[in-house]
Design a protein around this ligand. Structure first.
Ligand code: TRP
Length: 367
């Protein structure tokens, strides 16, 4: 079913396990801000998925607690506006736990075992040897609860999350078939182009990841950005002398320029070239040094990140307000998710104490 008023509702989220980096920025945050400002959606909800983060950090709730504030500061500093976007904390929404418990009965363990993203994560975390926490194994079910509790129609996520949305859709269909039309069928919205899909780490490895030390964080200062670019971005090994022809494909400096550099940046920082195509052409011909390209990239990244950094510093100096923002967002979300839970319990006819109508039913039964 659609939600009652045919509303366009967005729900997305992040596990608060670390500060957000440029990969998150090009892959999701930038788009969330665009969606927010497009005003095409009736509701935008962002869930800080601390319960999901606990499924593989049960021994370290302090880490999750610390990173809730980091992630919220990252959200606010990129321009997510609490007036337009509801930011809420998963663990404080008890309806999500109840929904998860009901949905668990609509999914087989065999089906959960086939989820390719979870499979990869299990291997990466060494759970195959250590023992797999049941909560981690089942987190796609809790994600289905997240999505359906908000009546989300659209779920903007990275490609790795497609199996979760597929799983959610199956649960919705099964629920509606079993108990009557109750839940909204959501759709995934994935990044449009290759750059958004996966910004490589500064070392050129496929993905930015904390453990590889190849990230540029949104909160990094100018000095750190410079250090990461100059120190870790590899240069074309066939481009030893400036006169040698170079390669721009698979060259991480150019991948980043593809993601960030605009024509305006050229007129600001490198007016010898009109645009990235001209710069690339020169690099390929030979005669253009890596240092020039890196220096330009550092300016471009800093131009993108300095307003974010400033905004972050402002919010960081006012944590009381940040606290109030997520508290208010969570209260709003609590109402919404409780309403969905009530609808679900009603559909399942397990809303025993809602009114006294079951008394008549029980009396009839005992006649
Ligand atoms: N699994 C998501 C991730 O790791 C985070 C998440 C939790 C989420 N609940 C969600 C994303 C609901 C979209 C919708 O990035």
């Amino acid at each position: 079913m659609d939600n009652k008023e045919n509303k366009q509702i967005i729900l997305t989220g992040d596990r608060p396990t670390g500060r957000l980096h440029l990969g998150h920025y090009v892959g999701s945050l930038k788009r969330r801000v665009e969606l927010q400002n497009s005003r095409k959606f009736d509701e935008i909800n962002i869930l800080i998925a601390d319960d999901q983060a606990l499924t593989d950090n049960a021994d370290n709730p302090g880490k999750i607690r610390d990173n809730i504030i980091n992630v919220v500061l990252d959200y606010l500093s990129v321009g997510l506006d609490p007036e337009k976007t509801t930011i809420c904390v998963q663990s404080q929404l008890p309806a999500l736990h109840a929904l998860t418990f009901y949905y668990m009965n609509l999914v087989s363990t065999a089906r959960l075992s086939r989820n390719p993203t979870v499979k990869a994560e299990i291997a990466m975390r060494g759970f195959a040897d250590e023992g797999l926490p049941a909560g981690f194994f089942a987190y796609p079910v809790s994600q289905a609860a997240d999505i359906t509790a908000f009546d989300a129609t659209v779920v903007p996520v990275g490609e790795d999350q497609l199996p979760m949305i597929e799983q959610t859709r199956e649960i919705v269909e099964k629920f509606n078939r079993t108990y009557g039309e109750t839940l909204v069928l959501p759709q995934a919205m994935i990044p449009e182009n290759e750059t958004q899909r996966r910004l490589p780490g500064v070392d050129g490895k496929a993905k930015m990841s904390k453990s590889l030390g190849n990230c540029i964080y949104l909160s990094d200062d100018a000095k750190t950005i410079k250090k990461q670019v100059n120190g870790k971005m590899f240069t074309d090994p066939t481009h030893l002398r400036i006169e040698d022809p170079g390669h721009t494909e698979g060259n991480v400096v150019f991948t980043y320029l593809d993601a960030f550099a605009t024509d305006e940046d050229f007129s600001l920082f490198l007016p010898e070239y009109a645009n990235l195509e001209e710069l690339k052409a020169h690099y390929r011909r030979g005669g253009l040094g890596d240092g020039t390209c890196k220096k330009f990239l550092i300016s471009v990244l800093d131009k993108n990140l300095s307003p974010i950094r400033e905004e972050r510093a402002k919010w960081a100096a006012d944590i009381d307000s940040v606290y109030d923002i997520i508290k208010a967002g969570t209260e709003k979300a609590r109402e919404k998710t409780n309403a969905t839970l009530a609808r679900v319990q009603k559909a399942m006819r397990i809303d025993y104490f809602k009114d006294r109508s079951i008394i008549g039913e029980w009396k009839d039964l005992l006649k």
